[in-house]
Structures are given as structure tokens and as C-alpha cells.
Design a binder for this molecule. Sequence first.
Ligand SMILES: [Cu+2]
Length: 126
Amino acid sequence: MKFSLILFLILSCTAYAKSIRMVQADKVFLGDVTDQQALEAYEDPSIEEKNKVEKISAKIGDTIEFANRDEVNHNVSGTFGGVKVFDVKLQAPGKTNDRSVLLTKKGEYYIQCAIHPKMKFKVTVD
Ligand SMILES: [Cu+2]
């Protein structure tokens, strides 16, 4: 009985946790755009305008994955309460980070590229 309850809780958490895909293109963070849209963002500013992300909401247990569809390297890291909590390390064009970043705390994460300080967004986790 206890076991089924635990199993149920694990399965429900897994079912509700979402994976958030952030695409780096033209030195901004775009929401869940396709690789084709990321390519077109260079010549079509409306794609960037429509999909540019500066803040998002998430839940504890959600993960974020960073895809570099830009023409230059990026290095995304995140802080929580002023403390660095993850660093994706240098990501070459065409690369997606190997490990998704798990959001484990309730509050605000600030995510930024070390190379391009204007590339940043906030994640509010509740
Ligand atoms: Cu960058």
C-alpha cells in the first residue's frame, strides 16, 4: 500500500514536470522555436520579437535545456540568491547542453550568458 502511494507520487511528479527548451539565436534567448525559425531569426526580426524571452514561470522539478542555434559560442549560467547554481560551460554553435538544468528551489533564478551580458532572463519558480 505504502509502496503504491510512493510510486503514484513519483509518477505524478514526473508527469507534471516539464522540460523547457531555450534556444539561443542572434544573441538572445528565444522560447521554444524550431531550428528553422532560429535560422530565420537572423533575417526576420519579427521572429525574435515574438519569441524573445526575458522572464518565464516554472515549477519545482521542471528542467531547462539550452540549445545554441546561434553562429557564435555562448556560456550560460544561473544564479539563485546571488549564488551561482549551474554553469552550462562553453557551448559551440549547433550544440545543446548535455544535461538539463533542474529547477529545485522556489524563488527566482537569474540566467545569463557570460559572453553576452545582455543575453539574460529570469525564471520564477513556484
Ligand atoms: Cu552568449
